[in-house]
Design a protein around this ligand. Structure first.
Ligand code: OFO
Length: 162
């Protein structure tokens, strides 16, 4: 594995941890907005992001490369309302998908078959991540500002298991 590849995987690992931090920021804002179910959903998502980061951590170790977690920035510009948060979540997941695809294309160029195979899991996971983010936006659109619809969505999101 090249130094460049190790650097890219380390960067992705840090991005996954950063995603978790961002979603914790979302959860905190949603608690302030009295939407505990949606806040719970993003808390669980934050834990999932930690597991994504750990997959990269363990992969680097398996290949005798040292994982080097980078600085995780404080979540900034958290939107003021739920609709803004949902949009920001989808934008973020699209950014993560593009980042993973970039590493995969690099692995293809390097004939690094192991990393190509390792990244396939993330490619599939990102389909799910984007679908979940779109699902929240769609549900909010269906509620169309109706308080009862919003409460129902909040309750449903509160049922997410870890
Ligand atoms: Fe790790 O999938 Fe979201 O960011």
């Amino acid at each position: 594995m090249t130094e460049e590849m190790i650097g890219r995987l380390n960067e992705q690992m840090t991005l996954e941890f950063s995603s978790g931090y961002l979603y914790l920021g979302f959860a905190a804002r949603l608690e302030s907005l009295a939407l505990p179910g949606a806040a719970h959903w993003y808390r669980v998502q934050a834990e999932e992001e930690l597991r994504h980061g750990m997959r990269l951590f363990e992969y680097l170790i398996r290949l005798s490369a040292e994982p080097m977690p980078g600085p995780v920035p404080a979540p900034r510009d958290i939107p003021e309302d739920f609709a803004g948060i949902a949009d920001a979540g989808l934008r973020h997941e699209r950014f993560i998908t593009a980042s993973i695809e970039g590493i995969l294309f690099y692995a293809i160029g390097e004939n690094d078959l192991q990393t190509q195979q390792f990244l396939q899991w993330f490619i599939g996971e990102q389909v799910e991540e984007e679908a979940n983010a779109r699902g929240i936006i769609d549900a909010l659109n269906r509620a169309d500002g109706c308080k009862a619809g919003l409460m129902l969505l909040d309750e449903k999101m509160g049922g997410r298991e870890g």
